[in-house]
Design a protein around this ligand. Structure first.
Ligand code: SAM
Ligand code: SF4
Length: 331
């Protein structure tokens, strides 16, 4: 897709045409099966200071938690019992002491059930990524957030687009199914920048692509910035589907935080994956990336049951499959 075409889709007064085209492409590749990834948000400690994120190190008001291996395995069992073929281990970014613990955990998860294990643990060195892959991890999610060099550097102090890109290429070369994506509506992001971000994503060897709207967190420097528009995130999801017919694309949790039927809207715009939290009730509200995250007061099982009912009512089938990307790209 050309840049001007992307901009037209981002601005069209009739986005339904875009959503229908994207859903048709999704139906052709995946049908109405929706892959389910149970996300275990196991630790909130972070060494970074991304301006948008409630887990940033400088947020000293946050009561941090870190789950032990048994609690993480119990959460994974909940995901498996609810019919999910993938678990995602996600956390803030912690340096080396966590490496061996995560490696042991991956091995236990792979012994426990026939599931894919996805990691979303941020920036690490090549040896660490290799070690976790050798332990059995299948996939890695590392979002670019934005490719705009100045905006990236401003919102992710001390980090660079080039560093993140280098890591994505390393992850792919090591043999992970690799995922990335962006946050739409970041303060300072223009439609032209968003179009360029989509073109840059298209150049990368990605199996998974995610886009979620920015949601301001009250305990971050971006507390007064406007919330990203659901409509823009949906258009971006649909454009991604048209550009990447075979990729796994989630209806992101951030959509659900902003709209009661956010995940259904994401699926109607061409997504084929959901990523519900299976983090234990006792701590999950503390995984405070943005307001509205893990807001349900029901049990994890009840929350998942309700979500699965919602999907069926919207015309989709929650799939128990692992949901590999149909054809991995060359690195
Ligand atoms: N620490 C790892 C990392 O940064 O890659 C993984 C966990 S991080 C909390 C997961 C994702 O949360 C980030 O990639 C970012 O896109 C998203 N995120 C964080 N704060 C957000 C916000 N305020 N609004 C929307 N998305 C946000
Ligand atoms: Fe840490 Fe990830 Fe949040 Fe950045 S986005 S502060 S690396 S948890």
């Amino acid at each position: 897709m050309q840049r001007n075409e992307i901009l037209e889709w981002l601005r069209t007064p009739a986005p339904q045409e875009l959503f229908t085209a994207a859903a048709t492409v999704r139906d052709r590749i995946f049908g109405r099966n929706v892959f389910q990834r149970g996300v275990i948000e196991f630790a909130t400690h972070c060494r970074k200071n991304c301006l948008y994120c409630g887990l940033r190190q400088a947020n000293t008001g946050l009561a941090r938690f870190s789950l032990d291996t048994e609690a993480i395995l119990a959460a994974a069992r909940t995901a498996v019992e609810a019919g999910m073929g993938t678990v995602v281990l996600q956390s803030g970014e912690v340096p080396h002491p966590g490496t061996a613990m995560v490696g042991g955990l991956i091995r236990r998860l792979k012994d426990m059930a026939d599931i894919s294990v996805t990691l979303s643990l941020g920036d690490h060195d090549e040896d660490t990524y290799r070690y976790w892959r050798d332990c059995g991890a299948d996939r890695y999610l590392l979002k670019m957030e934005t490719f705009d060099a100045a905006l990236h550097a401003r919102l992710r102090p001390g980090q660079s687009v080039q560093g993140r890109l280098r890591r994505l290429r390393t992850l792919c070369a090591i043999g992970y199914e690799t995922g990335s994506g962006i946050i739409t509506g970041l303060p300072g992001m223009t439609p032209a920048m968003l179009a360029d971000d989509l073109l840059r994503l298209h150049e990368l060897p990605l199996d998974m692509l995610a886009v979620g709207p920015f949601i301001p967190h009250p305990d971050t420097p971006l507390r007064d910035a406007p919330t990203g528009a659901v409509d823009e995130a949906l258009r971006t999801t649909a454009i991604l589907r048209l550009m990447h017919p075979r990729a796994n694309i989630p209806a992101t949790s951030a959509l659900d935080a902003l709209a009661a039927d956010g995940r259904e809207q994401g699926l109607h715009a061409g997504a084929n994956v959901i990523m519900p939290s299976v983090t234990p009730e006792a701590v999950r509200a503390g995984y405070s990336i943005y307001p509205g995250k893990n807001a349900s007061h029901a049990s994890v099982r009840q929350t998942i049951n309700r979500l699965q009912i919602r999907l069926r009512e919207a015309g989709y089938t929650p799939s128990p499959e692992r949901g590999e990307a149909p054809a991995g790209p060359d690195c």
